[in-house]
Design a protein around this ligand. Structure first.
Ligand code: DGL
Length: 238
């Protein structure tokens, strides 16, 4: 099926997911919607996020005729996915949540979860911990106010200040893994590693890509002969 896959995020973060999907599915075609006008999502209320995301979903489904929607944003997924899936049953949705299950399944003992305030405070994040954490494992949630926005605006000074603060806050912990619970954060893996050397960084992008592949197969809507092209749409000129 040659209709496109719609991907959305509050800016450039979702490209970390897009990259993995393209590796697995090189023939698929995409519309990447970067809602940089409304960045950051992670410091908005659930209702505000839902309203914004719902409008983009409607645009991608009804105007752009996308065959699937990928919510390449942990904030929007943890806050709105359930409601979106209930509202739109005509096409499949795939989302991304912090890789807490991956950290627990791989037996890391002391994990930091970095994410936006809205993701950290979400019911879904707390469910993920409850469902996956085993005895002897410690998971510390860190609400990274301003970090996604600093990455979006390539503000290196601000990025370093925030990472320094996180390091100070967690210096007594013997951290062995960090979950990058916002799709913007893999874009600064190098900087995070400088502050936390010898710590494994985990994100959900490969898992999301595999889920996209499974869903396309399940609904028999794969594109095996496409060009692999990506159309980028920004809500604010960039
Ligand atoms: N990239 C997004 C996420 O995964 C949202 C960042 C933001 O806009 O606050 O949470």
């Amino acid at each position: 099926m040659n209709q496109k896959i719609g991907i959305l995020d509050s800016g450039i973060g979702g490209t970390t997911i897009l990259k993995e999907i393209k590796k697995l599915l090189p023939k698929e075609e995409f519309i990447y919607y970067a809602d940089n006008k409304n960045n950051p999502y992670g410091e908005k209320t659930e209702e505000e996020i839902y309203k914004i995301v719902n409008n983009i979903v409607k645009f991608l489904m009804y105007e752009k005729k996308c065959k699937m929607i990928v919510i390449a944003c942990n904030t929007a997924t943890t806050r709105c996915m359930k409601r979106l899936k209930e509202q739109y049953k005509e096409i499949p949705f795939v989302g991304t949540v912090p890789a807490i299950k991956v950290a627990c399944d791989n037996n890391y003992k002391n994990t930091l979860v970095l994410a936006t305030p809205a993701t950290i405070d979400s019911k879904r994040t707390h469910e993920l911990i409850k469902e996956n954490k085993k005895a002897g494992q410690e998971i510390t949630l860190i609400s990274c106010d301003g970090l996604a926005n600093a990455i979006e605006n390539k503000n290196k000074k601000r990025i370093n200040e925030i990472l320094e603060k996180i390091k100070q806050k967690t210096k007594n912990k013997n951290v062995d893994s960090i979950v990058l619970g916002c799709t913007h954060y893999p874009l600064i893996k190098k900087e995070i590693n400088e502050f936390f050397p010898n710590v494994t960084l985990l994100d959900s992008s490969l898992g999301v890509a595999k889920q996209v592949k499974r869903q396309l197969k399940k609904y028999n809507i794969e594109n095996l002969n496409g060009t692999g092209e990506v159309e980028f749409i920004y809500s604010k000129n960039n």
